[in-house]
Design a binder for this molecule. Structure first.
Ligand SMILES: [Zn+2]
Length: 262
């Protein structure tokens, strides 16, 4: 808990240490983004145990058979209360504007689910994840342009503010009302940028271009203090740290309560 701010981490992954991490970092509530099917179960279990602290997302691998996915997604919303989907094209090897995925976007748009795409590629000491090589062409958010155009009511989030594709992500978020950027992992990406910039500078820069109401706090190495210390008004900080997430997820009021508007 941070005095004066409700902090929602829009980019967390389900794991046993999230509760203690949140305590340490002053995070009130976390969106749990699963990577892999087992992780969906874990995210759902964690949110059942702590409904006021966790919001589960769903996971789909579009490289497989998708014919049953729209039905499964609806069921996941009804039975498990998932509020969005995490897509990982980098290791799933598909592009967001692939028409095969459109029936899933239709369900998301209809039910108000958030679609979060991973963006950015890094040398992390391993070239493969989930059995596939990480290829940069699947890490660039540009194809999301077409999706946002075709589904203007779809709630879209580009993770890591695009990572090393920050400018592409910024162009898209400025262009489309329905595209948001999350700040997770910023310290990692911005150590690699020249001229050097701090996460605080990047967040303030993005807010000037696309508006603070389009930025969602995500952690992965980024403390809420980076937003608090950025050159922003108090209202802008409140929006980025939690207000935007509450609005986007359809949660009630400004308090992290399990009361959910469907
Ligand atoms: Zn992540």
């Amino acid at each position: 808990m941070i005095e004066g701010f409700l902090v929602v981490n829009f980019h967390e992954h389900p794991s046993d240490w999230v509760l203690s991490k949140n305590e340490r970092m002053g995070i009130d509530m976390s969106v749990l983004l699963p990577v892999g099917n087992d992780a969906v179960e874990k995210a759902v279990r964690m949110s059942r145990e702590n409904p006021d602290k966790f919001i589960p997302f769903y996971w789909i691998d579009p490289s497989g058979d998708l014919s049953d996915e729209p039905r499964r997604l609806r069921r996941a919303v009804e039975e498990w209360g998932v509020k969005g989907i995490k897509f990982q094209p980098l290791t799933q090897h598909w592009l967001p504007d692939d028409r095969r995925i459109y029936p899933i976007y239709e369900v998301c748009a209809e039910l108000g689910l958030v679609c979060t795409w991973h963006a950015g590629v890094v040398k992390l000491g391993h070239k493969y994840e989930l059995g596939r090589p990480m290829l940069a062409r699947y890490a660039n958010p540009l194809p999301i342009d077409q999706v946002a155009f075709d589904f203007p009511e779809l709630k879209i989030c580009i993770a890591h503010m695009g990572g090393n594709y920050y400018y592409e992500a910024l162009v898209l978020a400025e262009k489309h009302e329905n595209i948001y950027l999350d700040t997770a992992f910023l310290p990692f990406f911005w150590r690699r940028i020249f001229p050097p910039a701090s996460p605080e500078m990047v967040i303030a820069h993005a807010a000037r271009i696309i508006g603070a109401e389009k930025i969602l706090y995500g952690s992965e190495g980024l403390w809420p203090q980076a937003v608090i210390q950025a050159d922003l008004s108090d209202e802008e900080k409140r929006l980025i740290l939690g207000g935007n997430a509450i609005r986007l997820l359809g949660l009630k009021g400004s308090h992290p309560s399990p009361g959910v508007d469907r």
